[in-house]
Design a protein around this ligand. Structure first.
Ligand SMILES: NC(=O)C1=CN([C@@H]2O[C@H](COP(=O)(O)OP(=O)(O)OC[C@H]3O[C@@H](n4cnc5c(N)ncnc54)[C@H](O)[C@@H]3O)[C@@H](O)[C@H]2O)C=CC1
Ligand SMILES: O=C([O-])CC(=O)C(=O)O
Length: 326
């Protein structure tokens, strides 16, 4: 049996975590041979609810669950963490854009970035889920100067999965036939779902769909899917968000599938002309516990314009939280 690893999850009594924690403890994130210690963070008033979640985790008798910590102190929850899933933040309601949450949520991520800097493993893999995810990831990263900026990522995988599913449905193929989808940029309504390099059962996706459907149906549907879920469910997506978090971390830790890309919000190294240091959605491959941006993808003018628009929004969000960026 492997030695247990420490997985910190914030917002542990919230909606997403109610799906996420159980799947982590079942071995779906790090493998069926990897014991985990769950280090769960909540705000003080939610500690009683968190106790109930911990009781249910106990009652699952998961063979891989090697321990649990419940705390309202990030310095405790992030102690020696090997993985940190930053979920805890306010969700949006109807009529809001995700960036409307910046004011409410940004401060959480500066505190947690500092706590990660001071207490987590030097190799900690951080995934920010709480919205606006890319800019919150930037805030956490900038408040953790002793950690490699590459350790901080934002969740774009839900958008990636949504795009795969829409395309499979439109073309009448299986999800397993869809390869190399890309979501460039921000996890927001400006994100750019790009299928120019995507294949469906071996055929280029652009040969299977009309430009009009691509521009006026597919792209807005993927961009607005979060809002559509909020409208239908009365609450923001939870189980599908937890699933995307599991996929993101699983691939980062254990490797992504050969011949495919995964979209991750990662620290830009200037690839594709995107300003260095922004947390931007790029096509990535993961190997040996590390990610890299897929190089050499050809871009037409349509794609370049869409990528620039979402980059501009990320710069504006960054400039709006300057006071939290040391
Ligand atoms: N990146 C993505 O693709 C997605 C992101 N989200 C975002 O994830 C976040 C969480 O969503 P839900 O679980 O539905 O919300 P929720 O409201 O059900 O749960 C959030 C939990 O975080 C806790 N929390 C608040 N401040 C905290 C802090 N400083 N430290 C620790 N815990 C704290 C709250 O007490 C609450 O239990 C939201 O910001 C939502 O917009 C949701 C879906 C997809
Ligand atoms: O739309 C929201 O506010 C929640 C979210 O990020 C998503 O479902 O993609």
């Amino acid at each position: 049996m492997k030695a247990p690893v420490r997985v910190a999850v914030t917002g542990a009594a919230g909606q997403i975590s109610y799906s996420l924690l159980f799947r982590i403890a079942a071995g779906e994130m790090l493998g069926k041979d990897q014991p985990v210690i769950l280090q769960m963070l909540e705000i003080t008033p939610a500690l009683e609810a968190l106790k109930g979640v911990a009781m249910e985790l106990d009652d699952c008798a998961f063979p891989l669950l090697a321990g649990m910590v419940c705390s309202d102190d990030p310095n405790v929850a992030f102690k020696d963490a090997d993985y940190a899933l930053l979920v805890g933040a306010r969700p949006r309601g109807p009529g809001m854009e995700r960036k409307d949450l910046l004011e409410a949520n940004a401060a959480i991520f500066s505190v947690q970035g500092k706590a990660l800097n001071d207490h987590a493993s030097r190799d900690v893999k951080v995934l920010v889920v709480g919205n606006p995810a890319n800019t919150n990831a930037l805030i956490a990263q900038r408040n953790a100067p002793d950690l490699d900026p590459r350790n901080f990522t934002a969740m774009m995988r839900l958008d990636h999965n949504r795009a795969m599913s829409q395309l499979a449905e439109k073309t009448g193929k299986s999800i397993n036939d869809v390869k190399q989808v890309i979501i460039w940029g921000n996890h927001s309504a400006t994100q750019y779902p790009d299928v120019h390099n995507t294949s469906v059962a071996g055929t280029n996706a652009m040969e299977l769909i009309e430009q009009d459907w691509y521009e006026n149906d597919f792209i807005p549907t993927v961009q607005q899917r979060g809002a559509a879920i909020i409208k239908a469910r009365g609450a923001s997506s939870a189980a599908s968000a937890a699933n995307a978090a599991i996929f993101h971390m699983r691939d980062w830790a254990l490797g992504s599938a050969d011949g495919d890309y995964v979209t991750m919000g990662v620290y830009s190294d200037g690839s594709y002309g995107i300003e260095e240091g922004l947390i931007y959605g790029f096509p990535c491959v993961c190997k040996n516990g590390d990610w890299s941006i897929v190089p050499g993808i050809e871009l037409n003018d349509f794609s370049k314009a869409k990528m620039a628009a979402t980059e501009t929004e990320l710069k504006e969000e960054r400039d709006g939280v300057k006071h939290l960026l040391p």
